[in-house]
Design a protein around this ligand. Structure first.
Ligand code: FAD
Ligand code: FES
Length: 258
């Protein structure tokens, strides 16, 4: 059962043009959390906005939890204005995580946008061979200290070529596939649906196994509202409970990511 607790914000800092990092202490919410799991956050006690917002666990040190978030709309804009000492209500841990083991294959992580935090957590906790990060420009690239503990080869792509390779992150993935050979690779991906769709199409084309974390709007986070349904090979599933992480082969690509 997930815990539902109020916590006091220790830090809510802008780390670059794209992300804020929020830190709080909550003993139960940090117990046995795995990369890919998420929490839901009630941004204001006044219930405005009404629905909680889902965020991936980014980093855990003992009872200290961090999330890394992007300001996209009203809720995250309100969250970015929270100060040290303010309180927020949080439920977690929720959902199914990424597989910790990848059976003698090279772990290739493909991240973009709001999908970067859980894959950094995964690379820190279980190690990875490659972490491929796609952003629009250099302004969105995380400061090096946020990635300092990662042993993987980290490759960047930017749409405008201002940092790393110019183009989409799938260009980097293609390079890695050609270097390592498809049969030796296991992909784990999280990011904008359009990016994950391209990654999954490449994986299908090359016969590569992998997992994705689907990005569906989530209102309740506990399987009650049916707002986050995805079509799988085993019928419709609530991605907040049966996911958000699914195996490529279990997901109906056209229905889920459209
Ligand atoms: C399992 C899961 C884990 C997530 N982890 C993170 C994380 O670690 N960091 C982070 O920054 N965000 C994460 N998100 C996305 C985050 O929940 C949304 O960005 C947030 O709910 C937007 O709230 P808002 O009130 O600011 O925006 P809204 O007013 O709800 O929407 C504003 C804009 O954001 C878009 N939007 C709404 N929900 C999402 C969504 N789920 N994904 C992408 N765009 C959305 C809308 O289409 C709209 O354009 C995660 C989402 C899921 C489902
Ligand atoms: S968010 Fe309500 S069922 Fe998944």
């Amino acid at each position: 059962m997930p815990y539902d607790q109020s916590f006091t914000i220790e830090e809510n800092t802008k780390v670059n043009a794209k992300y804020y990092r929020l830190t709080f202490r909550a003993a139960h919410l940090s117990e046995a959390v795995e990369p890919g799991q998420f929490l839901t956050l009630q941004i204001n006690p006044s219930l405005d906005p009404f629905w909680r917002r889902p965020f991936s666990y980014y980093r855990i040190q003992k009872d200290r939890i961090q999330i890394l978030y992007e300001v996209l709309g009203r809720g995250t804009a309100m969250l970015s204005r929270k100060k040290k000492g303010d309180t927020v209500q949080v439920m977690g841990p929720l959902g199914r995580p990424f597989s910790p083991k990848v059976k003698n294959k090279k772990r290739v992580l493909v991240a973009g946008g709001v999908g970067v935090p859980p894959l950094i957590f995964l690379a820190e906790k279980y190690a990875a061979d490659y972490l491929l990060i796609g952003t629009k420009s250099s302004a969105e690239v995380l400061p090096k200290k946020e990635l300092a503990k990662i042993k993987a080869e980290i490759l960047y792509s930017t749409n405008d070529g201002s940092y790393g390779s110019k183009g989409f992150v799938t260009k980097l993935l293609e390079q890695v596939i050609k270097k390592e050979l498809p049969e030796n690779i296991f992909i784990q991906t999280c990011g904008p649906n359009i990016m994950m769709e391209a990654v999954m199409k490449m994986a299908l084309q090359w016969g590569i196994e992998g997992e994705l974390s689907v990005d569906k709007p989530m209102a309740c986070g506990v399987g009650a509202c049916l707002g986050c349904m995805v079509k799988t090979s085993d019928g419709w599933k609530a991605s907040c409970v049966e996911g958000p992480v699914f195996n490529f082969k279990d997901i109906d690509l056209a229905t889920t990511l459209s």
